[in-house]
Write a protein that binds this ligand. Structure first.
Ligand SMILES: *Cc1c(COP(=O)(O)O)cnc(C)c1O
Length: 370
């Protein structure tokens, strides 16, 4: 039996989320540019397909983590401007017409040298530290940026930073204050560039919007806090029942006998396990939808298999569709739900789980046009 784990990616939902973010931003009629973050294969949704849809919808910028990701997009014909967040690549940037984020002076020098050699001017964004403790210029930011601006053949197009704890408004305001101090210093020197600090969670701070924003998670339909919102999750993950067994009361299920049936039970088996990114930590915790009803995962999740308690669904059949992430009828399992059961965040669920499933894209709008 071959493995069947399918991720359905709803591109209409992606467009809906993109336009929802735009509407949220343009509410105050300032035209903030959107740098759509599609790193980690668009959070498991497929970077090329996601980039194509965003490009058709006039996204200003795409953002990836590494050069290699940007090269894949260019090879696939993506023309939009691409910001490379975390890479020291030099030559490839010119080959593929990419914009790097510069996070130290040495990197700026290397880029300037190569640009001069080629007789080209390279646009760059500079990253400054404001409290994330990861990458970015962390000493004399304003002075260092002025020094970078003095290097030949570089054009500072943007200055950015990153919020480390947007759920804490006091700390976030402190980070924004530090960013504004650097911005004011640069503005005084006559710098005219795009400033950006807000990822999805930052969008809820009007004072963090500046000229551009960098949403990732919200594009895929999730807010940074588990709350009501108008976003639509893009990803549904499903599989099929490969077996159903009638089991007597008192029977142990799976490794370690962590679950013993409390009554005569119907146990379903699905061909999904921790090798698919369905974390072992979800053992005896997660729920799954079968025939429009939620049923619990029972016993330890194996490498390739997981067991479900189907006792409440006596008409379940082998080959029935099983939804691990997504909705069916009135029932819904979100990446937030799975993240809560696994004691992690929805980002990790989407990137680990979605990325390993076979993908199928849904795009009604396109189909209607054809
Ligand atoms: C991942 C990332 C984002 C997007 O964050 P979300 O929380 O998914 O919106 C924005 N900026 C940087 C620098 C990132 O690394």
């Amino acid at each position: 039996m071959s493995r069947f784990l399918q991720a359905e990616i709803n591109l209409n939902a992606l467009i809906h989320n993109f336009l929802t973010i735009k509407a949220l931003l343009n509410f105050n009629s300032l035209n903030h540019k959107i740098i759509a973050i599609i790193k980690a294969d668009a959070y498991g949704h497929g970077a090329v397909e996601v980039a194509r849809v965003l490009e058709i919808n006039n996204v200003e910028y795409l953002g990836v983590a590494f050069f290699e990701e940007a090269a894949i997009l260019r090879e696939a014909g993506v023309k939009s401007r691409i910001l490379v967040l975390f890479d020291r690549e030099v030559e490839g940037l010119f080959r593929y017409n990419l914009t790097p984020v510069v996070f130290d002076f040495k990197q700026a020098e290397a880029l300037s040298n190569e640009a001069s050699k080629r007789g080209k001017t390279l646009p760059v964004h500079i990253k400054v530290e404001t409290g994330m403790g990861r990458l970015g210029i962390y000493e004399n930011s304003c002075e260092t940026i002025k020094k970078i601006a003095g290097l030949p053949n570089l054009k500072i197009e943007g200055v950015m930073s990153h919020l480390s704890q947007a759920e804490d408004s006091e700390w976030t305001n402190e980070q924004i204050k530090r960013f504004i101090e650097i911005k004011n210093c640069l503005n005084k020197e006559g710098f005219n560039c795009v400033f950006h600090i807000a990822s999805s969670a930052g969008l809820f701070y009007p004072q963090a919007l500046f000229e551009a924003v960098r949403p990732g998670l919200m594009l895929y339909g999730y807010s940074c806090q588990e709350s009501e919102n108008h976003l639509k999750p893009c990803m549904t993950v499903k599989t099929k029942l490969i077996d159903i067994r009638k089991i007597q009361k008192g029977t142990p299920i799976s490794y370690g006998r962590t679950f013993i049936t409390k009554k005569d039970s119907l146990i379903g088996v699905i061909p999904v396990g921790y090798a698919d990114g369905y974390f072992r930590k979800l053992s005896n915790k997660a729920w799954i939808i079968v025939r429009g009803k939620k049923v619990p995962v029972v016993g330890t999740i194996c490498m390739d298999l997981t067991m479900l308690d189907l006792t409440d669904i006596p008409d379940a059949k082998i080959d029935d569709e099983v939804i691990l992430l997504g909705s069916s009828g009135k029932e819904k399992i979100t990446a937030w739900d799975i993240a809560t059961w696994a004691e992690t965040i929805p980002y990790e669920i989407l990137t680990s789980f979605g990325s390993r499933a076979r993908r199928k894209y849904i795009n009604d709008i396109k189909e209607n046009k054809q």
